[in-house]
Design a protein around this ligand. Structure first.
Ligand code: PEP
Ligand code: MN
Length: 263
C-alpha cells in the first residue's frame, strides 16, 4: 500500500488544514522535550513569526537511561496544545504506548512514532487505527525496506496519512550522533508515495553542521525537515548539546530561504 508502483501519485498528508507533501517544503520545529508552559510558548511564538505551522515537543520520552528525564506525559501534551492554539499551530508529539493513542487524540494533530519504536508492531497497529496523521521515524538500525514495512503496518490498518522521517542510522562514526543516510531520501521518494522528512538534529547530534545537512536533505528531495529548538538549550532537560536557540533558529531559517528551497 505504501509502494509507488501501486499508487504513483504523491500522497499529500493533511494536518488539519495544513497540507504536507504538496510541493512546498514543511518545517517541523520545537524542543526535544516539553519542559514548561513558558518554554513551549516562546518556541511557538517564534514559529508563528516565521510562518511555520508544525510545533513538535516530546512529552513521553524514550530515554536511553532510566535515570534521565522521562518527559511530562499528558501534562506536557496539554502545554503543547495550549501554546499551539494560542498561535494557530499544529502539534506533533511522540506516543510510546498503544493505550495512550486515544488520550493523545485529544491533544495532538500528529502522532510521532520514534526510532526506538519503529518495529513496535502493536504500537504501529494502534497508530493505524487513530484519526490522526502519523510521523514515523526510521529505526536506527532499520533498513529502508524494514522502514517501509513499518509504514505498511500503519497504512494497512486504515490510516493512509503517514509521513516518513530519516533520522540517521547507527554506524562506527563517532563525530556525529548518527549517520544521516541521505540516499534514503531519494530511495524512499522513489519506492513510496508518502512525504519524506529529514531530522537534521538527531541525525547529526550537533549544531555546527545542521545548515549544510538541511540543504542536502532538501536538495535530495525531502518534503520537509525536523529540528529541535529550545529557548535556552544549555538548561534543556534532554538533548542539550544539539538543540539550537531561537535567534539561531531565525538565522537558520533566513539561510534556508536564501537557498530558495524554502519559501
Ligand atoms: C525525537 O524526535 O524526539 C526523538 C526522540 O527522535 P528519535 O526517535 O529519532 O531518536
Ligand atoms: Mn531530542
Amino acid at each position: 500500500l505504501v509502494s509507488r508502483k501501486r499508487h504513483p501519485e504523491d500522497t499529500v498528508v493533511m494536518v488539519g488544514d495544513e497540507p504536507v507533501g504538496d510541493g512546498k517544503r514543511t518545517i517541523v520545529a520545537g524542543p526535544c522535550s516539553v519542559e514548561s508552559e513558558e518554554q513551549v510558548r516562546q518556541v511557538a511564538q517564534s514559529l508563528k513569526k516565521q510562518g511555520i505551522r508544525l510545533l513538535r515537543g516530546g512529552a513521553f520520552k524514550p530515554r536511553t537511561s532510566p535515570y534521565d528525564f522521562q518527559g511530562m506525559g499528558e501534562e506536557g501534551l496539554q502545554m503543547l496544545r495550549k501554546a499551539a492554539d494560542e498561535y494557530d499551530l499544529k502539534v506533533i508529539s511522540e506516543i510510546v504506548n498503544p493505550s495512550d493513542m486515544e488520550m493523545a487524540e485529544r491533544y495532538v494533530d500528529v502522532i510521532q512514532i520514534g526510532a526506538r519504536n519503529m518495529q513496535n508492531f502493536e504500537l504501529l497497529k494502534a497508530a493505524g487505527s487513530v484519526r490522526r496523521p502519523v510521523f514515523l521515524k526510521r529505526g536506527m538500525s532499520a533498513t529502508v525496506e524494514e522502514f517501509l514495512f513499518a509504514a505498511e503496518y500503519i497504512v494497512s490498518r486504515g490510516n493512509t496519512q503517514v509521513m516518513l522521517c530519516e533520522r540517521g542510522i547507527r554506524t562506527y562514526e563517532k563525530w556525529t550522533r548518527n549517520t544521516l543516510d541521505i540516499s534514503a531520501v531519494p530511495l524512499l521518494k522513489q519506492e513510496s508515495h508518502l512525504p519524506v522528512f529529514v531530522d537534521i538534529t538527531h541525525s547529526t547530534g550537533r549544531r555546527d553542521i545542521q545548515r549544510p545537512v538541511a540543504k542536502a536533505a532538501l536538495a535530495a528531495g525531502a518534503d520537509g525537515i525536523m529540528l529541535e529548538v529550545h529557548p535556552d538549550p544549555s538548561v534543556a532537560l534532554s538533548d542539550a548539546n544539539q538543540q539550537i536557540d531561537i535567534p539561531q533558529f531565525e538565522t537558520f531559517m533566513e539561510d534556508m530561504r536564501v537557498t530558495g528551497l524554502i519559501k
